[in-house]
Design a protein around this ligand. Sequence first.
Ligand SMILES: [Zn+2]
Length: 275
Amino acid sequence: MKIHPISTGAVQITRSWVDAKDDGLRMVRTLSDSRFTEPLPVWCFVIEHPEGLILVDTGSTANAGPVLFPPWMPLLARAARIRLTPDEEIGPLMRARGLDPQDVRRVVMTHLHQDHDGGMRHFPKAEFVISRAEWLAASGTAGRMGGYMNFRWPGWLAPRLVDFETEPFGPFPASVPVTKAGDVRLVPTPGHSRGHCSVIIEEGDEAIMLAGDASYTQAMLLADGIDGVGDPAGERLAHRRIREFAAACPTVYCPTHEWDSERRLAAREAIPAVV
Ligand SMILES: [Zn+2]
């Protein structure tokens, strides 16, 4: 299956956001750290599936504008510098590669943070697939207070909300097939966000995991590093399940914010077998 990684601009976040210490000051350090990462990608993935194009995540938007609420939003905006021009949104970037956004049948969201939901408006005809837990966490005033930019979502957005209750898949307690063929599947990987999930594409005896922000890098997955915004216990459980899955089935690991995701995907380079 052909999979196109497409980065919508780049993002820089504080070093403490990427690689955090699990103590009471974690969030303070995430927001106040003066050291930043180099520009990191914001990958979206277009899957050319026989059932039609599937897009995983929609990247950032150039039309962010000032956000006045909640009061700590300026701190969040300072700690995550998102930079892109309108031409670097997912719609124009797809067209530049000869892929028509109108041909996207399904948009699967790993989660609803602002560097993943920014390009939703380019896909009015697609079915959006979102975990119900993430949708509930991100909606309404409570979602806004948590930093979700739900006021930006298109008015027509009526996603298919999925619950993870059936179809255990390897070490994952449940899964939801995205395609009729069952070869593209959503598994729950909560931790980074309440309803975070990851996409597993089966290719023969191997798999490709589009991991969203389950960990920011493959090295963090293997070292079980936690980030500066999620739930550490949840992240560690997700990491363990992903490593167990990869130990049983060679898996190419592609998180959203690692440049190497593109290279590993092209080379079909699997996660080293460590649990
Ligand atoms: Zn995120």
